[in-house]
Design a protein around this ligand. Structure first.
Ligand code: ADP
Length: 273
């Protein structure tokens, strides 16, 4: 009986989080809309004026909130088993390469080199490209966050026959052995102090793990403190019978304004200062 009421309470808490997240999104959308209007008024598109620093700061921090709220919504949906992925056949090698290339300039501005490598030019598998993008961007964003200036990040896809591996490796600060299992748990961070150097909510990796598992895949970590970390995502190489599935966009209700590819990249990297 006690277990039953605990479960009920837990469900109530999760439902509260979903409602709260949705309530937080509304004013945030209004603020983002207002910022966009200001940008429009300044005619930034025609390069009449450089974007004022304060506008950039407002937008950047709105994006951080958007990411946090989207992640909270997804986390609660995953907990309640409401989260569905939309698989279709796509070239995972090309997808991962494109995502990796999209952060190269960003990493360069932090003096970090990002390199992509693969043992195959193409591999068509059934996956949800939007979610693969989030998985890889989350791992890359962490790699950039926890790697010092002058560091290196390697992304590699490896065709292993019935499985494909996506490896994101950095030579950053590494993760202590006793934390390597728990960092995939919700809200888990190695450095929880208020004075920590990096921003974050500690839900990125728990979502990554859940998204990988939704693809019937697995995620592993090899890391040594002070030397670096390597995250290995393994996905099964299945393809869908094209005639048997409907293509269409993901039904997950994210904040709708953030559709542009560049904005989505920017959004996922918004925790890095
Ligand atoms: P956060 O929002 O805090 O980055 P994550 O769930 O993405 O949350 O990561 C959880 C924790 O795992 C981080 O706070 C960090 O301590 C550790 N971590 C994740 N990726 C790396 C990495 N590449 N190098 C070192 N530590 C990492």
């Amino acid at each position: 009986d006690q277990v039953n009421s605990m479960m009920k309470y837990d469900r109530k808490k999760t439902e509260f989080l979903v409602n709260l997240s949705h309530e937080l999104r509304t004013p945030l959308n209004v603020i983002l809309g207002a910022i966009q209007l200001m940008e429009f008024d300044l005619d930034l598109a025609n390069n009449c004026i450089k974007e004022p620093e304060c506008l950039k700061v407002m937008k950047h921090n709105c994006f951080r909130l958007v990411r946090l709220i989207n992640n909270l919504i997804d986390m609660t949906k995953i907990d309640l088993n409401y989260f569905h992925i939309n698989k279709r056949n796509c070239d995972i090698v090309n997808l991962v390469e494109k995502i990796t290339l999209s952060v190269v300039d960003y990493a360069k501005s932090k003096n970090i080199t990002v390199t992509f490598d693969t043992n195959t030019e193409e591999k068509i598998i059934a996956c949800d490209p939007e979610q693969i993008e989030r998985i890889v961007l989350n791992l890359l964003s962490n790699a950039i966050k926890f790697t010092q200036q002058g560091g290196n990040i390697f992304v590699r896809t490896c065709d292993c026959g019935d499985k494909i591996r996506i490896i994101v490796k950095d030579n950053g600060i590494g993760i202590p052995k006793d934390k390597q299992k728990s960092i995939f748990n919700k809200f888990e961070q190695v450095d929880k102090s208020l004075t920590r150097e990096h921003e974050g909510s500690g839900i990125g990796l728990s979502i990554v793990k859940a998204l990988v598992e939704k693809h019937n895949g697995s995620i592993k970590l090899n890391s040594e403190l002070g030397k670096g970390s390597e995250f290995i995502v393994e996905l099964p190489c299945e393809v869908l019978d094209e005639s048997k599935y409907k293509s269409g966009s993901s039904s997950n209700d994210k904040i709708s304004d953030i559709d542009e590819y560049n904005d989505r990249i920017y959004l996922e990297l918004a925790d890095i200062n």
